[in-house]
Write a protein that binds this ligand. Structure first.
Ligand code: GLN
Ligand code: ZN
Length: 773
């Protein structure tokens, strides 16, 4: 076997946003009623036309289509297959017009006054969130191929035969959930035979329109899949490849975010014409697995050798080594990014203030296209053809490794000197509990909140004015202090026991700290889609991290000066500081986490020295950062726990450490939660009706816990009775002496009337329960 056909440069998907986030602006204007359906659709056509031209001009030889989305590709797939919940059909019954179709689509995404939206959850280990299709035995599947056909045709008319991208049937079903009103124990995967005919029909239509290849995204195959799922995978692709070759495009099954494991053999044994593999980071193991299997035969292999998940300029020589190693393992080897470029910002060139040397270390979506094209040339024409860019890249990588922006010996020495003692509080929890109880003198079932209070327009305007230079920093501080005064007074009024300053100064819980730590880099245009029309600008961890000066002490001590009640110092933990940033690729994440933890340890100690008696270090991302593969999880949890302990163990027994987690099932991180040894943990619990409390009791959770009694994702104000009921469930399952009362999460997305009403109810319900203890 040899690489008989020439390699081609390709990508699986490209950011949808437009250079100036035109997509966000147009969709939001449509929702606000200031842009018509036709205008919105015209904007999306322009954006797709620009993307097509950009990819073609960059030298991408096989360009995808249908990777564009008005909101989300899983939602698109639900619509494609007719999997539309009854409540959304009823909310928007008439879809005979473009406006009707858009409104039903957005009803599924965002809900209407009567119909709740689909649930949203994280897309694998990215910070993109997809909408979770709801399926049941009653789902009336029906193919609506309008979108993939229109986008294919539109590109064809512009002279490009694209490769339509579809979420594959196995991934679609595995990521869907049973409709809430459906029968217990229902598995969406059991619907496979009902959707395969629709996929087959769609393949026929795409072929008729001129498609030569279609890309079926099956990232769910990189999760640990049991044998019965692999059997369904075999069946699914046997069915799709049984469509005669002249009545369907060739099938490229695209996998990404990790190694394939056993699913690789299943695909090799199938009749699909192409397989796309992630070959960066831990997924590089795919190469060994491929060798062990003896390769893919005459099939096409698309090699994801440019990391689509981070923002670093690639080691081009190493990527070429990987490509060379693939020769002979497939009939043809094409070059791509490891996953869709949706998860990185658009273009480094848009960062006008960046030091040009640092800019050269980065590769956003646009730069990754150049890397892919260059590697394709290197693969087909030999290294000599790309000698100059290879040399320049090697030089740039060496400069990065040696740069004082990246390597700070003092930080590295301090991290290397961490000992086991640094990871332990002076005394065990039992002793700490005693001295903290004496010092804080809190009632039974102490009440508190998670940190943020509503972010009002006034606060956002003040921040914008500070950035724009129209508000002096003194006036800004005064505006924040005024807010803190108001937040403290309100909490005293509600009757809460442990207060917070309200986090008015924070735009975002990671960015706020990233801006103050050395080693982090902020972008001005590095927008990445988080969900729908929401974009974030994750900071970049560029080098060794340290804290030049205190970050929160001024706000916390000001708040504490206003009240006799304890005010919590409020920090973001090391795991979350990494999870919502782009991290370094030149050292293990554990090492980066340790540096961040040491910076936070200094902040924790400074807060303590300034008289702050309670300090909360939030780790909402701890659970979501769990590696996709089971085998990688214990290693991750070990450094996650260690970094939390390092950040928080430097204080005296009488200082109470809190942590907070949300957005998750905690079942598979219970032991880690115990090992973190925070004095108090607050957890999201209201939506699951306090189920977590019984889990903690069963796991003998030794410290204190505040299970959330208010689902802050909903505008509904829970009554005293409802909160009291939650508390009864909690006190029945767990010793009341170690229970706290708090909402599920921060209050920044809520408004003051809701907050006032609910926190008043929360205190009243707690007082009822206290009287019964
Ligand atoms: N302290 C943060 C807040 O209250 C925690 C946010 C979070 O858990 N995501 O906003
Ligand atoms: Zn939270």
């Amino acid at each position: 076997m040899s690489t008989t056909q020439t390699s081609r440069a390709t990508v699986y998907g490209y950011p949808r946003q437009g250079d100036d986030r035109e997509l966000k602006k147009a969709t939001e204007a449509y929702w606000a009623g200031t842009v018509s359906a036709d205008e919105l659709l015209a904007t999306t056509r322009d954006l797709r036309r620009q993307r097509l031209a950009l990819l073609r001009d960059a030298g991408i030889e096989e360009i995808p289509s249908n990777d564009f989305s008005l909101y989300d590709h899983m939602l698109d797939t639900a619509v494609l297959l007719g999997a539309i919940p009854a409540r959304h059909r009823e909310a928007v019954p008439d879809v005979s017009t473009a406006k009707g179709r858009l409104d039903r689509y957005f009803a599924m995404a965002r809900g209407t006054a009567q119909a709740a939206p689909l649930e949203m959850t994280k897309w694998f280990d990215t910070n993109y969130h997809y909408l979770v299709p709801e399926l049941g035995p009653e789902t009336a599947f029906a193919l609506d191929a309008t979108k993939p056909l229109a986008e294919f045709t539109e590109a064809r008319e512009a002279g490009v035969i694209t490769r339509p991208v579809l979420v594959g049937p196995i991934t679609f079903l595995l990521l869907a959930k049973a409709a809430p009103d459906g029968s217990a124990g229902f598995e969406p995967l059991s619907l496979l035979d009902r959707i395969l005919p629709l996929y087959a029909e769609l393949l026929g239509e795409l072929r008729a329109a001129g498609a030569e290849w279609v890309q079926l995204d099956e990232p769910a195959l990189v999760l640990d899949q049991p044998a019965d799922v692999l059997a369904e995978l075999t069946r699914a692709y046997a069915r799709l490849t049984s469509v005669p070759a002249d009545r369907r495009p060739k099938l490229l099954v695209a996998t990404y975010f990790d190694r394939l494991g056993d699913a690789l053999g299943v695909l090799r044994d199938s009749d699909v014409e192409g397989v796309a593999l992630d070959l960066v980071g831990p997924a590089a193991a795919n190469l060994d697995d491929l060798r062990a299997l003896g390769g893919l035969g005459e099939r096409r292999l698309v090699a994801g050798v440019v990391n689509g998940h981070n923002i670093w300029a690639a080691d081009l020589a190493a990527a070429l080594d990987t490509l060379d190693a693939l020769r002979g393992l497939a009939g043809r080897v094409d070059v791509a990014a490891s996953c869709s470029l949706l998860h990185v910002p658009l273009d480094v060139a848009l960062e006008r203030d960046l030091d040009p040397q640092v800019a050269g270390w980065l590769a956003f979506a646009r730069q990754k296209l150049d890397e892919i094209v260059l590697l394709t040339t290197g693969l087909t024409a030999g290294r000599a053809a790309v000698a100059e860019p290879l040399r320049a890249r090697a030089e740039s990588l060496a400069a990065r490794a040696a740069s004082p922006l990246v390597r700070v010996d003092a930080v590295r020495a301090r991290a290397a000197a961490v000992t086991d003692d640094d990871l332990h509080r002076a005394s065990p929890y039992g002793k700490r509990h005693q001295v903290q109880a004496e010092r804080l003198a809190l009632p039974a079932l102490p009440t508190t909140t998670i940190g943020s209070f509503p972010q009002t327009t006034g606060l956002r305007q003040a921040r914008a004015a500070l950035r724009a230079g129209t508000l002096s920093s003194d006036r800004y501080v005064e505006a924040m202090r005024a807010e803190i005064r108001q937040v403290i007074a309100a909490q005293e009024d509600f009757g809460l026991d442990v207060l917070v300053h309200g986090e008015p100064e924070r735009n975002d819980m990671v960015q706020y700290f990233a801006e103050q730590l050395d080693g982090y880099l902020a972008t001005t245009q590095g927008w990445v889609q988080s969900y729908g029309s929401r974009y974030v600008r994750p900071p970049i961890i560029l080098g060794d991290v340290s804290r030049p000066e205190p970050m929160t002490v001024g706000w916390a001590t000001y708040a504490q000066s206003l009240t006799d009640k304890p005010v919590k110092g409020m920090l973001t933990g090391p795991v979350t500081m990494l999870a919502w940033s782009f991290v370094r690729d030149d050292q293990p994440r554990a090492d980066t986490a340790r540096q961040v933890a040491l910076a936070l340890r200094d902040e924790v100690r400074d807060l303590e020295a300034a008289g702050i008696r309670v300090i909360q270090v939030d780790e909402p991302a701890l659970r979501e950062t769990l590696p996709l593969r089971q085998a990688d999880r214990s290693g991750y949890l070990a450094w996650a726990v260690e970094s939390f302990r390092l950040a928080t163990s430097g204080v005296r027994d009488e200082t109470q450490i809190h942590t907070h987690m949300c957005y998750a099932e905690f079942g598979d991180v219970l032991q880690a939660i115990i090992d973190m040894d925070a004095d108090v943990i607050s957890l999201e619990a209201a939506r699951s009706k306090m189920a977590i409390v019984a889990d903690l009791a069963r796991a003998d959770y030794p410290n204190e816990v505040g299970p959330g009694v208010w689902d802050i994702h909903s505008p509904r104000v829970p009554s005293v009775g409802e909160i009291a009921e939650h508390l009864r469930v909690a006190t029945d399952a767990f010793p009341a002496a170690r229970l706290w009362v708090n909402p599920d999460c921060g209050l920044k997305t809520r408004d003051y009337p809701e907050v006032r009403a609910t926190l008043t109810n929360l205190v009243a319900a707690t007082r009822q329960l206290r009287a019964q203890l």
